[in-house]
Ligand binder design. Structure first.
Ligand code: SAH
Length: 257
């Protein structure tokens, strides 16, 4: 069986290093057996996931050539491969209850994958993934850091995030131009934030759209009442606010309406 030809537009960089693949597959706690692998490619992670008998694995792969490869080489995956775009799959159709996600993500859509994680945050209990190191660091970075951004706040509101290890370009075929990093997200116990979550998301996005401005200026389009506009907190910039401060601010804005 010929190997899959790497396609750039699908973000295909195949991991060649078996030790790293094993380490990534082992980074899943196993507490949530229903596991979805995003973009298995030629199955380098998949085979170690299949070895973990406690897991019930489903794969979602957009690339037909990879799906053919997997079907031929991994008979155990029979009926377990969804040949679709992960971003188009409604997770409710896969199974019920808690799930864990794992994958060496296609780097071009990693942010979109995280927004889909957020949409399904009450089912997605754990995520282990490899992505561009800068993006991994950004997601894990605390407030006060220059790389703290929209996804850091939104994800940290619901998940605790660990940066596990770096991975150099040379262990992939073809090698990507960037360093990679592996992170683990574990759902915290907050079922809901202590504020209107839709407004929270709107405020966070708006605040970071003009990250160099004070919140007072960045949030102008929200037409905040004078009682809010004069708050000391609005002298700060988005990157200086902790998740809790964003929640607090959302609550204040909510109650001023
Ligand atoms: N897991 C493999 C491949 C990683 S490359 C390895 O580690 O070697 C990223 C994989 O994601 C590729 O197989 C690519 O075809 C797949 N992919 C890209 N976009 C996708 C999408 N929207 N939905 C599902 N899979 C996707």
């Amino acid at each position: 069986m010929p190997l899959v030809r790497p396609k750039k537009y699908l973000g295909q960089h195949f991991l060649k290093d078996e030790t790293i693949a094993f380490k990534i597959a082992e980074a899943l706690s196993g507490s949530y057996p229903n596991t979805i692998e995003i973009g298995p490619g030629m199955g380098v992670l998949t085979k170690y996931l299949l070895n973990r008998k406690e897991l019930d694995l489903t794969c979602i792969e957009i690339d037909k050539e990879s799906v053919d490869f997997l079907n031929k080489n991994f008979p155990l995956l029979k009926g377990k491969i969804i040949s679709e775009d992960f971003l188009e799959v409604d997770l409710a159709t896969i199974n019920e209850g808690p799930i864990s996600l794992i994958g060496n993500f296609p780097y071009n859509i990693s942010s979109q994958i995280f927004f889909s994680v957020l949409d399904n945050k009450n089912r997605v209990k754990e995520v282990v993934c490899m992505l561009q190191k800068e993006v991994a660091e950004r997601i894990a970075s605390p407030h006060g850091s220059k790389t703290y951004g929209i996804l850091s706040v939104l994800l940290q509101a619901y998940y605790s995030i660990e940066f596990l290890f770096k991975v150099p370009p040379g262990v992939f075929f073809p090698p990507p131009k960037v360093m990679s990093g592996v992170i683990r997200l574990t759902r915290n116990s907050k079922e809901q934030l202590a504020c209107d979550e839709t407004l929270f998301k709107k405020i966070v996005k708006q605040a970071f759209q003009m990250r160099r401005k004070t919140l007072r200026n960045a949030l102008k389009s929200l037409n905040l009442p004078a009682s809010i506009v004069t708050l000391e907190l609005l002298n700060k910039r988005a990157e200086q606010l902790s998740v809790e401060e964003f929640v607090g601010l959302t609550k204040l804005i909510e109650s001023s309406k």
